[in-house]
Write a protein that binds this ligand. Structure first.
Ligand SMILES: [Zn+2]
Length: 325
């Protein structure tokens, strides 16, 4: 784990110097007064340098679709960040999580059950624990995926940590009790030789499903709930600068629409939101064009995450962010 943090520090340093040398200035309105309790957040008004792009893929792992994305990234020698949904990590997908790490990609949490309204399901401390549980349980599942050496073992680890008789979808009511699962997970890690406080893959980044409650329409009390959970988790909250459009109700299969959005996102720079299920030929075309142009460099998420020093308050973010995901 020490190696991970050294790597992260090195990447942050590299990214910082890279941004500085290119003279990237914060986007208009980016320099909000963050305040001491602001959640570090990458969002549409965070600094972005034209042509410096971070690829992010949401909603996996998917047994049929994620391998195509991984194959393409490998062919193009590119790395990305995958925001994983906890309940999608199963015996037929856990090896994809292993493959992501082996091929140099970054993992983040996209919640356990993709509840886009998680911050308004409950009130008070229970609400915070529910949101926190969404990401804590996903982090545990990511680590079980990395530890398992067989399908049978993956399900055994799941049953042990989540105190179930068989592998199953965890109802949302259980997520609030994440602390018990975390204790079981800790005991497992101790047995496997992890020193106290060490774990296989500490998650640094998370992305709220649908961008909620930070997109237009989210209310302040909901953002307060989500912010409090993120502070407890210590996560960098990752929204996006631009999106591929692969969730658009009418145009998500439109080749020209998708490639133009990706082209525009590359010109602007920053974090591009994509999903594992994007039309493959559009992704192939757009990434190929980025590579051939010589104008675009794909950078790790640690680069735009530098902007966390200029994170805005959640109130300001609600205006700054775009709907999607
Ligand atoms: Zn999503």
């Amino acid at each position: 784990m020490k190696r991970f943090w050294l790597l992260l520090t090195a990447l942050l340093t590299f990214a910082s110097s890279g941004l500085a040398s290119e003279g990237a200035a914060p986007a208009p309105g980016a320099a909000c007064d963050a305040g001491p309790t602001a959640v570090p957040t990458v969002h549409s008004r965070s600094p972005a340098a034209p042509g410096r792009v971070t690829l992010t893929f949401d909603d996996g792992p998917h047994p049929g679709k994620t391998p195509r994305v991984l194959d393409l990234l490998r062919e193009q020698q590119l790395t990305a960040t995958f925001f994983l949904v906890g309940h999608a990590i199963r015996k037929n997908t856990f090896r994809l999580v292993q493959r992501m790490v082996a091929e140099g990609h970054t993992l983040g949490s996209h919640s356990y059950n993709h509840d886009v309204n998680m911050a308004l399901r409950r009130s008070g401390p229970k609400a915070v624990e529910y949101v926190r549980g969404q990401h804590e349980v996903t982090q545990i599942l990511i680590e079980l995926a990395l530890l398992a050496q067989s399908e049978v073992q993956f399900e055994q680890l799941f049953m042990r940590v989540f105190e179930e008789k068989q592998f199953r979808y965890l109802p949302s009511g259980k997520l609030r009790h994440w602390q018990q699962f975390a204790n079981n997970h800790r005991a497992l890690l101790n047995e496997q030789g992890y020193a106290p406080g060490k774990r296989p893959y500490p998650i640094v980044f998370s992305r709220p499903p649908g961008g909620n409650p930070y997109v237009a329409g989210g209310e302040k009390w909901q953002r307060d709930v989500y912010d409090e959970a993120l502070r407890a988790l210590g996560h960098v909250n990752v929204l996006w600068h631009s999106e591929s459009g692969d969730t658009h109700p009418h145009k998500k299969h439109d080749f020209a629409f998708l490639t133009e959005n990706l082209r525009r996102g590359a010109r602007r720079g920053g974090v591009i939101l994509i999903h594992d299920y994007i039309r493959t030929d559009a992704l192939v075309s757009a990434l190929g064009e980025m590579k051939r142009s010589g104008q675009v460099s794909i950078v790790p998420l640690t680069a735009p995450a530098q902007s966390k020093t200029t994170a805005c308050s959640s109130e300001q973010l609600s205006v700054a962010s775009n709907p999607g995901s």
